[in-house]
Design a protein around this ligand. Sequence first.
Ligand SMILES: [Zn+2]
Length: 437
Amino acid sequence: MTDNSQQYNLGLRAFLDGSPTPFHAVKSMTRLLEAAGFTALDESEQWALKPGTKHFVTRNGSSIIAFVVGSESLGKSGMRLAGAHTDSPCLMVKPLPEINKAGYFQLGVEVYGGALLNPWFDRDLSIAGRVVYRDADKQLKQTMVDFERPVAMIPSLAIHLDREANAGRTVNAQTDIPPLLMLAPKGSKATDFRALLAETFLPAKAEVLDFELCLYDTQPAAMVGLKEEFLASARLDNLLSCYVATQALLAADGTNTSLVVCNDHEEVGSVSAIGADGPFLEAVIERIVQAEGSSQQNAVLDRSLMISCDNAHAAHPNFSDKHDGTHMPVLNGGPVIKVNVKQRYATTSLTASLFRQLCSDVNVPVQTFVSRSDLGCGSTIGPITSSRLGVPTLDVGIPQLAMHSCRELTGSEDGQRLSHVLEAFFNRSGNLAIEVE
Ligand SMILES: [Zn+2]
């Protein structure tokens, strides 16, 4: 690794560690943006947008759009859009979570998204998220919380008590995974989780009303491998893309209007006010187009391109038959163009070719993924955004292993590479359309 990519990965690891929930991820992104001169906009106010200004706007504290108003007219160059998602599969605390069983105080949890459940066992877990409360003056307030230290664990059942464990242990999401928080001997006072939260995080006399809280593994992101060619962390899908796209926007030269959207709720289908299937991006684009005042939104979108970034499956050496034999992305092999004829990915030959050109311009290798013809295919925000807006779109992703585990693995080089490609995309001048012969 070069000094430069080491530096990049240090920033990336701090971002991953500081973003245990979508709320924290958005906060981490706003910190990076504010440090670079981006200012916050409020959707309920008038926006004064001028060429050269840089802004961000959030919804629900868990989705964010950041953009640079370019000096080039929208009618000429359209917009350069990049997208990712802030949420990751995890365990979330149920609304009435208290369980007292066999001498322990445990929490009822619900599985968010398509989580691999086995990796959650035997981890030093913490809890973070958003809490809404009523203060001593009866005012409603919200705050972000994070225990920051291991406060919970889901112990495995010993193999002596289940001799078939290695042959095919399944995980029941209701009964097998409530984490242990503390001892609760018979006759001891019942624990009230809301009171516990108030006591830990809130001012005196505050009363917790509701919350969205995620469990997370406290093990920090780390460089792994004999030559440190790998980066292991929780939430690489898809905070890696959030970071990569943000870094590219921070480096953009401001010629073209460039925008990064990071939506919550991708892992549960994107249908929400703040998800990619909601109106957030369209509303912000409309205001940017209106502020310029000289271009038609449809014409602008027609000249724009959306690069949807969401990690791709690298081929796993122990399970390589799960991949199509000629499409086997490897870690540190460069970003992956994702193709699916059923439109689970929005890539076309036009958008893919443009991406190949961008990669070649900045000397970055590029790979291609298509799933086995006899296997289903995941999806992402690309096709949703594309069908909502009608904007030409491309699905790409950094290759990774162990997707949806609470500890995922990626290469040490590919994040910075994709940042370079996206930066080149934001800075590419003129019309992106490919000429018809
Ligand atoms: Zn994803």
